[in-house]
Design a protein around this ligand. Structure first.
Ligand code: FES
Ligand code: FES
Length: 133
């Protein structure tokens, strides 16, 4: 049912934890199942994402997609990070079962929420980013 990559990221999730004094923090809930995810971003003065960590109260697919999403986001600039969709994360994991696709939305939404928080804290506007629900 799950790809080897999904199982790997579920069993050994990368970047679990918190970042103290993070540049941006985003917390989102999944309307479909009630699971919750928080993502922390450390963004440097050139708007490069230096570090990214996550915590989730969620299912295995949510853990695996968050783990992969944090790996993809690290080292990217803000505009590149915005392009990391749940579809891109799923592709990087060699796919998810259809009933688990909604789980992958948490990571994308949490990254967007954390970027929004960063923009608000710094009084800037990020092109292409809309206010999280
Ligand atoms: Fe049970 Fe997500 S709803 S783990
Ligand atoms: Fe809720 Fe996966 S079942 S995030």
């Amino acid at each position: 049912m799950y790809s080897e990559k999904v199982m790997d990221h579920f069993q050994n999730p990368r970047n679990v934890g918190e970042i103290e004094n993070a540049s941006g923090v985003g917390t989102v809930g999944n309307a479909k199942c009630g699971d919750i995810m928080r993502i922390y971003l450390d963004i440097d003065e050139n708007q490069i994402i230096r570090d990214c960590k996550f915590k989730t109260f969620g299912c295995g697919a949510a853990v695996a997609t968050s783990s992969m999403a944090t790996e993809l986001v690290k080292g990217k600039n803000i505009q590149e990070a915005l392009q990391i969709t749940n579809k891109a994360v799923m592709e990087a994991l060699d796919g998810l079962p259809p009933v688990k696709v909604h789980c992958s939305l948490l990571a994308e939404e949490a990254i967007h929420a954390a970027l929004w928080d960063y923009a608000e804290k710094n009084g800037i506007k990020i092109e292409g980013l809309t206010k999280p629900k």
